[in-house]
Design a protein around this ligand. Structure first.
Ligand code: ATP
Ligand code: MG
Length: 422
């Protein structure tokens, strides 16, 4: 026997037992953004490597260690997208969607990062994201946070997530802060790991984002970004905080929050949970007012976030919040004998016309009554229809309740439709 080929490590199949939950989550997300008037954008999965280097930043975990980069047959360096914002800005610039306009966009799809696979961290994972262009006030920051808060409510996760908020200020403010941070870190160099020592000079803010507990301890008394904010950013931040309070959205200001990508300024936020172990961030984003220009467009403010769908799926499963996931079958139609099988096919098709919201499955492949009922039960259906010679002759159906303690009844198709639409 030849050896079976396995999937690439960290790249998962979504099997039928899970795809219902994924579809449920995806449809909640689609309905949610529609409620706010956002429009979908779909970008390619592969882009020029330069796009990510120029936006995410050369000295970041993503660009230094995590990208799937390869030369194509023409020798061009391409990269499987590790995130969506850069592609979205690239598309917006390329098609003239951004300058002097307002766009409220969303996307959903696979992203690729060569990380160490573990629970909640994969090499192909899926993000849902939002990007808003052309609006610079704190009101739109509040809107996208409010939208995520509504999502938690719809999914039943409100009690399990908390919002962390920070402001990175302007470029100048960040430059002043960097000086103070470097001075502080130089005094504690021996407590830093190699990555952080290197970043101390190339990109000191990244040190704050380190996941190494020793580094975290070393920076516990580091100067706070919030003490270095420029006036306008400070006002923007306090207006956002005020707006969130008015909206009844609780938050915690975390002056260490910097995010792992270089393009952010002013507002940054994360929704975190403690129900996932180490992989606690379910949604993260912020403002990137300089990115459009940095990627060759005319200066246009932007703000957005991305959430990891695998982490949400894990949360919904571990918290048992999957009741709303539709079962794949509602009505299972059984038939005994050739004439009954033919009749059953017609009945099922008629039910699909008249009960379009019901999922109707025909038993195929014959077999005795017991075997058919076993399949009906395993399908997850609430109802079974039993069709034998008598039903064919009388033009009726026998309805059997699979999940309720009720006697089975004889009905016509019209009576069944009336019963189930009630
Ligand atoms: P982390 O700190 O967990 O590495 P990150 O800062 O790299 O996250 P972002 O680039 O901001 O993450 O991506 C947004 C969201 O996408 C994260 O909050 C997380 O929910 C999800 N995510 C990121 N990387 C992965 C991954 N490798 N596997 C699964 N989900 C991921
Ligand atoms: Mg990461």
């Amino acid at each position: 026997m030849s050896k079976q080929i396995q999937a690439i490590r960290g790249m998962n199949d979504c099997l039928p037992a899970q795809s219902g939950l994924w579809q449920y989550l995806e449809s909640i997300l689609r309905d949610l953004v529609a409620q706010y008037g956002y429009q979908e954008i779909r970008m390619p999965i592969v882009e020029s490597t330069d796009l990510f280097k120029r936006s995410i930043g050369e000295v970041t975990d993503i660009v230094e260690k995590e990208m799937y980069t390869f030369d194509d047959r023409n020798g061009d360096s391409l990269t499987l997208r590790p995130e969506g914002t850069a592609s979205c800005v690239r598309a917006g610039n390329q098609h003239g969607l951004l300058y002097n306009q307002q766009q409220r966009l969303w996307y959903m799809g696979p992203m690729f990062r060569h990380e160490r696979p573990q629970k909640g961290r994969y090499r192909q994972f899926h993000q849902f994201g939002i990007e808003v262009f052309g609006l610079e006030g704190p009101d739109i920051d509040a809107e996208i946070i409010m939208l995520t808060a509504r999502l938690w409510k719809k999914l039943g996760l409100t009690e399990h997530v908390t919002l962390e908020l920070n402001s990175l200020g302007s470029n100048q403010a960040r430059a002043r802060y960097k000086e103070a941070l470097v001075e502080y870190l130089l005094e504690r160099q021996e407590q830093l790991d190699d990555d952080s020592k290197k970043r101390l000079h190339s990109n000191p803010l990244r040190v704050l984002d380190s996941k190494n507990p020793d580094v975290q301890a070393a920076i516990s008394d580091a100067p706070s970004l919030l003490d270095y904010l420029d006036d306008e950013s400070a006002q923007h931040f306090s207006a956002l905080c005020e707006r969130l309070t008015q909206l009844g959205i609780q938050y915690r200001v975390n002056s260490r929050l910097v995010r792992g990508l270089d393009y952010y300024n002013r507002t940054v936020f994360e929704w975190v949970t403690d129900s996932l172990g180490a992989q606690g961030t379910v949604c993260a984003g912020g403002r990137y007012d300089g990115l459009v220009e940095q990627l060759g467009g005319k200066a246009t403010p932007g703000v957005g976030f991305a959430m990891g769908l695998e982490r949400l799926v894990l949360m919904l499963e571990s918290l048992n919040l999957t009741d709303a996931v539709a079962s794949p079958v509602d009505i299972y139609v059984t038939a005994l004998g050739e004439p009954a099988e033919q009749y059953a096919m017609q009945v099922a098709e008629q039910l699909r016309d008249e009960l379009p919201d019901f999922r109707v499955m025909n038993h195929c492949g014959g077999g005795n009554f017991k075997k058919q009922m076993k399949r009906a039960d395993a399908s997850g259906a609430d109802y079974a229809l039993l069709i034998g010679e008598e039903e064919v002759t009388s033009g009726q159906l026998t309805l059997k309740y699979l999940r309720e303690d009720k006697p089975q009844i004889r009905v016509t198709t019209a009576e069944l439709v009336a019963l189930l639409t009630k």
